[in-house]
Design a protein around this ligand. Structure first.
Ligand code: OOG
Ligand code: MG
Length: 261
């Protein structure tokens, strides 16, 4: 594990690359000692920096939870990251691409929790019992690494490429539907750019929440009631340009439209 001073330095570097967006080399090039635990130690420091700026943590994201995403990014282990309130946009938003380096969109099922959830091995049923509602989400990713290329430790330190996210459509009680088989279609400018079934995420997107809870448990934490959880892109992430109009339609869960300016 890298020493505290080095982790502080990396966190400051990532915070700057995110605030005034610019690319940087993969962190493991400059810091070969950075491993997955180090990546999460950087995230802890990012959270401290952001909270000191008055930003608020409202949830957590799981990523790299579908084969499509793992294959696209060349990583085969899920990652977890932070969701800050000021990165949430309402549906229908026009999202400026100024301030983003090479944005991509992906389709996700979002969970909103009504009970705390904790433990090393919570079941899908326990996740569903603790969930208030599920709803469609579009995550807008923007890696701070050149060419959107990274390894697991680097992307974790970059908070899982988090940039913004949009929730919308029709919130549903999780027991009202079979979350293994929800069809989703993402369109850009009227053309289908990605399709998936919700089961592409670990067979059941609630499994991503269970893995997140196990990861929190290892670190002595719980998932608090009221949290938003993004369960991870079911499709590969698609690059967007200024002017693009993106729609995500989810079976029985409505749709979300956004536009990039
Ligand atoms: C890492 C973030 C992954 C997801 O849903 O898979 C992620 C990346 O692909 O840039 O958010
Ligand atoms: Mg994602």
């Amino acid at each position: 594990m890298l020493d505290d001073a080095t982790l502080d330095r990396i966190a400051a570097q990532v915070a700057t690359a995110q605030a005034a967006p610019h690319t940087m080399p993969k962190l493991t090039e400059d810091y070969p000692g950075l491993d997955v635990d180090g990546g999460y130690a950087v995230q802890d420091r990012l959270l401290a920096i952001w909270e000191a700026q008055g930003r608020e943590l409202i949830g957590l994201k799981a990523g790299l939870t579908s084969k499509a995403k793992m294959a696209q990014m060349g990583v085969d282990v899920p990652s977890f990251g932070l969701l800050m309130r000021d990165t949430l946009d309402p549906e229908g938003s026009v999202i400026p691409t100024r301030g983003l380096i090479h944005p991509r969109v992906e389709a996700e099922v979002a969970f909103v929790m009504k009970h705390d959830l904790a433990g090393p091995d919570v079941s899908i049923d326990e996740v569903l019992d603790a969930t208030d509602f599920v709803q469609p989400a579009i995550e807008i990713l923007d890696s701070r690494f050149e060419k959107f290329r990274f390894d697991l430790a680097s992307v974790i330190a970059d908070n899982g490429s988090s940039a913004r996210f949009v929730m919308g459509g029709r919130p549903r009680r999780p027991r009202e539907m079979d979350l293994r088989t929800i069809g989703m279609v993402m369109e850009c400018n009227g053309e289908i750019i990605a399709m998936a079934s919700s089961g592409a995420v670990l067979g059941h997107p609630a499994r991503a929440v269970a893995m997140l809870v196990a990861w929190l448990h290892e670190r002595g934490r719980a998932l608090p009631a009221g949290s938003i959880v993004l369960s991870g892109g079911a499709t590969e992430a698609i690059a967007v340009q200024p002017g693009d109009a993106v729609i995500l339609r989810m079976q029985d869960m409505g749709e979300i439209s956004i536009r990039f300016s």
